[in-house]
Design a binder for this molecule. Structure first.
Ligand code: CA
Length: 233
């Protein structure tokens, strides 16, 4: 077994922190905690956790700002927002600023653990293997060892989820996947509900980063009424 994955919980309600910590430790994760936004940001910078569970409504600095600052600094740690609100706008805003996922309170521990597992970095470095680089249409190259993506030689910063969506679609150019397919296969969710909206937002963010003209995409294409697919060479 590799070393333990570390999860940082940033949440001001101690009872919630305690129960999440208990469940994560039971599942074999190392756990760090912070009870306000500033402390959470500092812990993320210093400790480099493998995933952050980030409450939105926090003292000192709200979760959205913590996430936005980390992304501006080039930190692509998976971020799962804990939101107490039902408003669709909040969920979309969270994804727009670079969170990988959100879960709405109240949530079951089983659901939360499934989301943590689905979102945590699954990088396993294989020693001694040649770097795997895939060249795709549109001057994109994907290095699967470093998880780095280049657009005509220039590095593109992607979140873990954006990277996984891109590599999944690019692995089979021309194959159309429905949003439900993508939720199941990229997000690893066994259920979907209205979460398919997450796919649309992630596709939009990805297009903004890799397309020459995001309004008229040439790499990640939409098959109207069906889903998304990657352009063939
Ligand atoms: Ca709170």
């Amino acid at each position: 077994m590799g070393e333990k994955k570390t999860v940082l919980i940033v949440e001001d309600e101690k009872s919630i922190v305690d129960i999440i910590r208990f469940n994560l430790e039971k599942e074999g994760y190392a756990v760090l905690t912070a009870y306000d936004g500033e402390a959470g940001l500092a812990a993320a910078r210093e400790k480099k956790p493998d995933l952050i569970l980030l409450d939105v409504m926090l003292p000192k600095m709200i979760g959205f700002d913590v996430c936005r600052l980390l992304r501006e600094e080039g930190d692509n740690v998976p971020v799962l927002l804990l939101t107490a609100r039902e408003e669709e706008a909040d969920k979309v805003l969270g994804l727009e600023i670079g969170a990988d996922d959100y879960i709405t309170k109240p949530f079951s521990m089983r659901e939360l653990m499934a989301r943590v597992k689905a979102n945590i970095r699954r990088t396993v470095m294989q020693q001694g293997e040649a770097p795997q680089t895939q060249e795709t249409a549109g001057g994109l190259s994907i290095n699967e060892d470093s998880h780095q993506v280049y657009k005509r030689g220039r590095a593109v910063e992607l979140t873990q989820r954006e990277y996984e969506l891109l590599t999944f679609l690019a692995s089979r150019p021309g194959k159309v996947y429905s949003r439900v397919d993508l939720m199941e296969q990229v997000w690893n969710y066994g259920y979907v509900g209205d979460d398919v909206r997450t796919v649309d937002v992630t596709v939009r963010r990805l297009r903004e980063k890799i397309e020459d003209d995001p309004a008229s995409p040439a790499l990640i294409l939409t098959r109207r009424g069906v889903g998304y697919y990657f352009a063939e060479q």
